[in-house]
Design a protein around this ligand. Structure first.
Ligand code: SF4
Ligand code: SF4
Length: 187
């Protein structure tokens, strides 16, 4: 599927004029693709002066730190979450996969933030995960950011987090493909 980044689109309408399937419209200054009409010709990718349109083929596994399954972990960094709620992203949609208990959570309470062993423990719970999302990361961001896209989402609920990742999926995938990664602030 082709997706347009709201962070790059300036609403110029060049892609709208060039779309052979009449599949793009601009609303509130941002181009939106009607996926039912899109024939995947990629002309909008070629014509966009902002590089806002991107073809997304990847599937992603996203882990959101939480204590209650509804809200994003707050008051401490994501590594201190009781468990991670794992969601799969594919073809523009999110589907719930599983809850993974942060097994080292209790043992780690006595450890200082930034402990390498703690980072290793968190990483073991997050095997095969592509994106870790939370409100804040601790000093172990220096170790985690090489393994995962570390996404900071300053919203309250997991539902809002999913929407935020969906809206920023182009940037999330670009970050995943980088050799040197940095924490990504999603707005
Ligand atoms: S050409 Fe690019 S910047 Fe212009 S409206 Fe389309 S997506 Fe947005
Ligand atoms: S890929 Fe082609 S059909 Fe789809 S929105 Fe872009 S220009 Fe239109």
């Amino acid at each position: 599927m082709i997706n347009i980044s709201k962070n790059r689109c300036v609403g110029c309408g060049i892609c709208v004029k060039g779309c052979p399937a009449d599949a793009i419209f601009v609303k509130d200054g941002i181009a939106i693709i009607d996926q039912d009409k899109c024939i995947n010709c990629k002309l909008c990718i070629e014509s966009c002066p902002q590089k806002a349109a991107k073809e997304i083929k990847q599937e992603l596994l996203i882990a959101i730190g939480t204590d209650d399954g509804k809200r994003i972990k707050s008051g401490d960094h994501v590594g201190m979450s009781k468990y991670f709620q794992v969601w799969k992203y594919a073809n523009g949609e999110f589907a719930f996969e599983e809850n993974r208990e942060n097994v080292k959570y209790k043992e780690d309470e006595s450890r200082i933030h930034g402990d390498p062993g703690k980072a290793k423990a968190t990483a073991s719970v997050l095997e095969n995960i592509d994106v870790v999302a939370g409100k804040m990361f601790g000093p172990n961001i220096v170790r985690l950011k090489d393994k995962f896209v570390c996404a900071v989402i300053r919203e309250e609920t997991i539902k809002q987090a999913i929407e935020m990742i969906k809206e920023n999926i182009n940037e999330v995938i670009e970050e995943k493909d980088k050799q040197e990664k940095y924490g990504l602030i999603l707005r």
